[in-house]
Design a protein around this ligand. Structure first.
Ligand code: CTP
Length: 402
C-alpha cells in the first residue's frame, strides 16, 4: 500500500524526533519516497544530514533559503506529496496548525497544502492532557487531520502517562490504513466488523466502581488490524488509556449495559470480535457516596450483566457471520476455551493465558490458542499487534473460502 507513495515528513522539535531515521528507513523499505522538513527545534534532536542520507533527498529547513525556493518552492513542496506526516507533532506545532500560523517552512507548508495531513503527537503527559492541547486536537480532527497515537508509557521527561509518540510500526500501519481506505482496498473490503475492547466500569456509587483488569491493547489492535484489511470497523471501547485508532469508528462506553446497547446498535455486521473484559455483575448503584461507618462492613447487591458475546452469537437475522470471543484463563486454558465456545455459541475463541507471570495484563505480548469448530491452533508468543494481525488474516481467509 505504501509503494510509490510520496510522504512529506515534518520532523518537529521533540525527543521522539530520534525515531525519524527509523521511520524513514521503514517507509522506504515499503517503497514509499520520503522528503523531509526539519524544524529549527527538531534539528536539536536529529541532524539534517541524517534525514537527507536516509531519505535520499535534500532535507528542507529554511523558508527563506533562496536556492531552495528557486529549486522547489514551499508551495510545491507542500503539494508534491500524497500525504504530509508530522512526526513528532509537538504541542507547539499543533497549536500553530490550529491558529494557521506560518512562521517557518514546516508551518507554511502545512498551511499551503491541499493534501491530507497526519500527525503523531508527542509530548509530556500534562501538556497532552492540558485543555489547550485537547481543544487543539479536537479542532484538528474536525478539519480532517488524522491522528496516530500517542500511547501511554514512560516519557523521556521522567513522568509516566499519555504522550509517547506512536511507535514506528503503528505509524506505518496508520498510513497503510489511510491509503487503503482512500482506495477502498483489502481482502475485508465491503465487510462490516464490530469489536469490543477494554474493561467495563460498573459504578458502586458516584466515586467507586467494579472493573476487570484490561488495558484494551489487544482489542484495539484487533480493530486496527481488521481496518487495515479493508473492513469498516466499529470499536466499542470501555475506559482505556488507548488512543482512538484513526480510520475506525470508536464508540466510548463505561458499563456493560452501555456496551451491549452500542453493540446492538452497530448491527448488522459481518464480523464480531468480543475482546472486552466485561464485568459479569453490576452493583445496585448508591446515588450518594457511601460513607464509612465504624464497625459496619457494607455489602453489595449484584445483578448479572448481559453477556454480549452470547447475545451476539444467538441465531437470528442479525447474527454476524463470524463471531469470535476471547477466553482469558488462568488454568486449563484449552478445555475452558472449548467449553466457553460451546456455552456462548460463538464460532471461534481466542484463548489466552492470563495466569500470574504470563505478563498478558497490560503487557505488549500474548500467548494464544485459536479454538475453532475444526480444532485448536497454538500460536507462538507474539506482540499483541501481531496476534491481532494474524487473527485478522485468519478471518479474511475464512471469508475468502466462503
Ligand atoms: N463477554 C461478554 N460479555 C460478558 C462477559 C464476557 O461479551 N458479560 C465476552 C468477553 O468479551 C470474551 C468472552 O465473553 O470474549 C469470555 O469472557 P470471560 O470473562 O472469560 O468469560 P465469562 O463468561 O465471564 O466466564 P468465566 O468468568 O466464568 O470464565
Amino acid at each position: 500500500m505504501l509503494e510509490n507513495r510520496r510522504i512529506l515528513l515534518i520532523v518537529a522539535g521533540g525527543i521522539a524526533a530520534v525515531k525519524a531515521p527509523d521511520l524513514i528507513r521503514r517507509l522506504r523499505e515499503r517503497g514509499a519516497s520520503v522528503r523531509c522538513i526539519l524544524t529549527k527545534a527538531g534539528a536539536h534532536f536529529v541532524t539534517p544530514l541524517t534525514l537527507a542520507a536516509l531519505s535520499g533527498d535534500k532535507c528542507y529547513q529554511d523558508l527563506f533559503d533562496l536556492k531552495d525556493e528557486a529549486e522547489m518552492g514551499h508551495i510545491r513542496l507542500s503539494r508534491e506529496a500524497d500525504i504530509i506526516l508530522v512526526a513528532p507533532a509537538t504541542a507547539d506545532i499543533m497549536a500553530k496548525m490550529v491558529a494557521g500560523q506560518a512562521d517557518d517552512l514546516a508551518t507554511t507548508a502545512l498551511l499551503a497544502t491541499d493534501k491530507p495531513v497526519m500527525i503523531a503527537p508527542s509530548m509530556n503527559v500534562m501538556m497532552w492532557t492540558h485543555p489547550a492541547t485537547q481543544a487543539n486536537l479536537a479542532t484538528l480532527k474536525s478539519r480532517d487531520v488524522r491522528v496516530v497515537g500517542p500511547s501511554a508509557g514512560d516519557l523521556a521527561c521522567g513522568e509516566v502517562g499519555n504522550g509517547r509518540m506512536a511507535e514506528v510500526p503503528e505509524i506505518i500501519a496508520a498510513l497503510t490504513r489511510f491509503f487503503q481506505k482512500t482506495e477502498g482496498e483489502g481482502p475485508l473490503k465491503g465487510l462490516r466488523a464490530l469489536v469490543t475492547s477494554g474493561p467495563t466500569h460498573e459504578p458502586i456509587d458516584p466515586v467507586r466502581y467494579i472493573a476487570n483488569r484490561s488495558s484494551g491493547k489487544q482489542g484495539h489492535a484487533v480493530a486496527v488490524a481488521l481496518a487495515e484489511l479493508g473492513a469498516s470497523v466499529t470499536l466499542v471501547a470501555g475506559p482505556t488509556q488507548e488512543a482512538d485508532p484513526d480510520g475506525v469508528n470508536v464508540i466510548h462506553v463505561e458499563t456493560a449495559k452501555q456496551m451491549m446497547k452500542a453493540c446492538s446498535e452497530a448491527l448488522p455486521c459481518d464480523i464480531a470480535v468480543c475482546a472486552a473484559a466485561v464485568a459479569d455483575w453490576s452493583p445496585e448503584k448508591a446515588l450518594q457516596k457511601m460513607k464509612k461507618e465504624p464497625g459496619k462492613t457494607p455489602s453489595l447487591t449484584l445483578s448479572e450483566n448481559p453477556d454480549i458475546l452470547a447475545t451476539l452469537s444467538q441465531p437470528g437475522p442479525t447474527r454476524p457471520q463470524l463471531v469470535v470471543g476471547f477466553a482469558a484463563e488462568t488454568e486449563n486454558l484449552i478445555e475452558n476455551a472449548k467449553a466457553k465456545r460451546a456455552k456462548k455459541k460463538c464460532d471461534w475463541v481466542v484463548a489466552n493465558d492470563v495466569s500470574p507471570g504470563s505478563g498478558a495484563f497490560g503487557g505488549d505480548s500474548n500467548t494464544v490458542h485459536l479454538v475453532t469448530g475444526t480444532g485448536v491452533e497454538s500460536w507462538p508468543t507474539l506482540r499483541k499487534r501481531a496476534v491481532a494481525e494474524r487473527l485478522a488474516e485468519r478471518i479474511a481467509t475464512s471469508f475468502q473460502r466462503q
